[in-house]
Design a protein around this ligand. Structure first.
Ligand code: UT7
Length: 336
């Protein structure tokens, strides 16, 4: 139980800080119009107008056949390492948040480690669905501050297109593929200020992919199932709570937030959270229109977009918030 605790006389770094971000979207971009046309061929009726009005999504990216989660993660990792001025040899921890791993095992993190050409450092996956990146970042922060790691690669990467049921219009229009990564390093300059992770397994059934493998066969339905309105209602409530708790832990208030980077599932959920925190539209980072819901990848993807377009600058205070299947949710307040 004490494996992550440093010796009593050891002074750990005060903070874990993001030193570089990166992301990757597979090249195939599918607009609502293109998806609607493909679904019409299967007699599935939907429309660009419904998708935009109910979700804010206008397009998503789908990985080509044969491209797996670790392929997307690798591209995002390389971009984040470059941005941080690091190489894969500097890494002493790799965490991948994903619900669409390459295999049942080994972890996508181990496969990614091999693709990065390194070995030896701990590498593991975190499975908290759309809250996965917030979970992974919090675990990496704890390991860095207790001296178990100094330079971590933390990634959210997904190929949700592989688990969609294209006969189910209530879910198949919502999701996309992609990966986002950060390099998190030990630092005496402020970085992660506070975080909060929560879960409530009583709601496991409202968002799940219930299939599994048994006796050498897929047993049960291996496609995503969601009770959208139930998830919507829970998400709106827990995101406000998580934001307030994490601000209180850090001794900050709503006015200290420069940018809100929520999980990108539905523009209406994101705007509702921003409104409750009295944050204007200019403080809300939105990528759901172009990416769709990329589950664990959505927050680091949005973060990288806003860093690279110059909105997010060093010293800005960011509130990251994830929510998803499990039910899981959480928030991280950090200084970039
Ligand atoms: O990533 C993890 C977290 N996930 C989320 O946060 C997702 C949360 N949920 C949502 O974002 C929304 O609930 C959805 C976008 C999934 C659905 O929006 P909604 O406003 O809750 O719609 P609804 O499920 O209540 O459905 C409204 C109507 C229904 O028709 P009737 O019963 O009113 O006749 C649906 O059958 O819209 C219909 N509908 C569609 N119509 C056209 C559902 N999907 C579609 C569709 N195209 N793709």
């Amino acid at each position: 139980m004490t494996a992550f605790l440093p010796p009593a006389d050891r002074q750990g770094p005060r903070y874990a800080r993001i030193t570089g971000t990166g992301s990757h979207l597979p090249p195939q971009r599918l607009t609502n119009a293109a998806l609607v046309a493909q679904l019409a061929e299967r007699d599935i009726e939907t429309s660009d107008a419904w998708i935009v009005e109910r979700t804010g999504i206008r397009a998503r990216h789908f990985a080509a056949p044969g491209v797996v989660c670790s392929d997307l993660a690798l591209e995002a990792a390389r971009a984040a390492l470059d941005a941080a001025g690091r190489t894969s040899a500097d890494l002493d921890l790799i965490i991948v948040a994903t619900s669409t791993p390459d295999m049942i095992f080994p972890s996508t993190a181990c496969i990614l480690q091999r693709k990065l050409g390194v070995h030896g450092c701990p590498a593991f996956d975190v499975q908290a669905v759309c809250a996965g990146f917030v979970y992974a970042l919090t675990v990496a922060d704890a390991m860095i501050r207790t001296g178990s790691a100094r330079c971590a690669l933390v990634i959210g990467a997904e190929v949700f297109s592989r688990i969609l049921d294209f006969e189910d219009r209530t879910t198949c229009v919502l999701f996309g593929d992609g990966a986002g990564a950060v390099i998190l390093e030990a630092s005496d300059i402020p970085g992660i200020l506070a975080s909060e992770l929560r879960a409530d397994g009583r709601h496991a059934d409202i968002l799940c992919t219930p299939g599994t493998v048994a006796g050498g066969k897929v047993s049960g339905d291996p496609t995503l199932k969601m009770d959208g309105p139930a998830v919507f209602k829970l998400a709106v409530n827990v995101l406000e709570d998580a934001a307030r708790n994490v601000l209180a832990k850090a001794g900050k208030s709503e006015s200290d937030i420069d940018f809100l980077i929520p999980h990108q599932a539905n523009i209406r959920i994101m705007q509702s959270t921003a409104k409750k925190l009295k944050l204007g539209a200019d403080k809300l980072v939105v990528t759901v229109d172009e990416h769709g819901n990329t589950s664990a990848a959505s927050i680091p993807l949005a973060l990288d977009v806003a860093v690279r377009d110059g909105r997010i600058q060093r010293g800005h205070r960011l509130l990251l918030e994830g929510v998803g299947g499990g039910f899981t949710w959480g928030a991280v307040l950090l200084e970039y």
